[in-house]
Design a protein around this ligand. Structure first.
Ligand code: PAF
Length: 283
């Protein structure tokens, strides 16, 4: 497995491989890999000639009061795990490589970035789409793999790709959960022992929503209030949002009749966690 640290070296290497007919599968990450990332890398390895993983904690997607500085980083561990999962190349640039002195260009997807996570994280998705656009231009993937846990991110990336005619297929893979239902996230490592015990209530609330909808409840306000009640039953939770939206355009819906995304963000102690499920056809 090769590690590249500059745009030019990886771009040249990939250009050569593509000239020779190799297909490129790409998994962009911020490192501190967990089973969710590894499932994407394994898939990229299985479906493409060359699988590329990027490891870059992107400063432009963090707000001034967010956890950019303390975001977990462990390159040696990530290198080993990526290799075991079948990665052929790692792109591991420094911040100055991606945002050199005088950097001025940002990619801004409108409307769908102002709701859900975007409402409390202004500028977050501009940072995400900008870095993903830059990474796509660097790696030139045929297919890029994202996790469903960041449901809004996946919708935003698909929109960007469509809008500016990027020649890459986006595949969104299922959420990987711990045995207790907690969605895997690099941020889970911030949780205290007690918060770890409480955090699976997020998935419990999503499953409750699914049961209610299956039982015929369509009213979004009623579903949301029952979800909040069980989340609030754990002391350390502060709900940022519980939203039930159209899964493709993220518009709020009043009644659940067709495919819906139920998404939430909750502060568990000091840690902000997100989770979601998609309800197919209103059941
Ligand atoms: O999902 C992530 O880890 C990041 O948002 C991404 C897509 C790697 C961009 O920095």
């Amino acid at each position: 497995m090769k590690v590249f640290k500059t745009v030019k070296t990886i771009q040249d290497y990939i250009k050569l491989k593509k000239c020779r007919g190799s297909s490129i599968g790409f998994v962009p990450t911020m490192g501190y890999l967990h089973e969710g990332h590894l499932s994407l890398i394994r898939r990229a390895h299985k479906e493409n000639d060359i699988s590329v993983v990027s490891i870059f904690v992107n400063p432009t997607q963090f707000g001034p009061k967010e956890d950019y500085k303390k975001y977990p980083r462990d390159f040696k561990r990530d290198e080993k795990l990526s290799k075991q999962a079948g990665a052929d190349l790692i792109f591991y640039p420094k911040v100055r490589e991606i945002y050199p002195e005088g950097y001025r260009t940002y990619v801004d997807v409108k409307d769908i970035t102002g709701t859900l996570c975007g409402a409390s994280r202004p500028g977050h998705f501009t940072g995400v789409s900008t870095v993903v656009a830059k990474l796509f231009n660097t790696v030139q993937p045929d297919v890029a793999y994202f996790g469903q846990k960041d449901a809004q991110q996946a919708v935003v990336i698909k929109q960007m790709v469509r809008d500016i005619n990027m020649d890459v297929k986006i595949k969104v893979m299922p959420i990987v959960r711990e045995a207790n239902g907690l969605a895997m996230s690099s941020r889970n490592r911030y949780l205290s022992a007690k918060e770890r015990i409480d955090a699976p209530v997020l998935y419990e609330s999503l499953k409750l929503a699914r049961r209610l909808i299956k039982a015929g409840v369509q009213d979004v306000r009623s579903i949301r209030s029952q979800m909040s009640r069980i989340i609030r039953s754990k002391g350390s939770m502060r709900i940022e949002y519980i939203s039930i939206v159209d899964k493709d355009n993220l518009k709020e819906i009043k009644r659940v009749k067709k495919d819906a995304l139920i998404a939430l963000a909750v502060k568990v102690g000091k840690t902000r966690l997100i989770d979601n499920i998609v309800i197919k056809g209103g059941i």
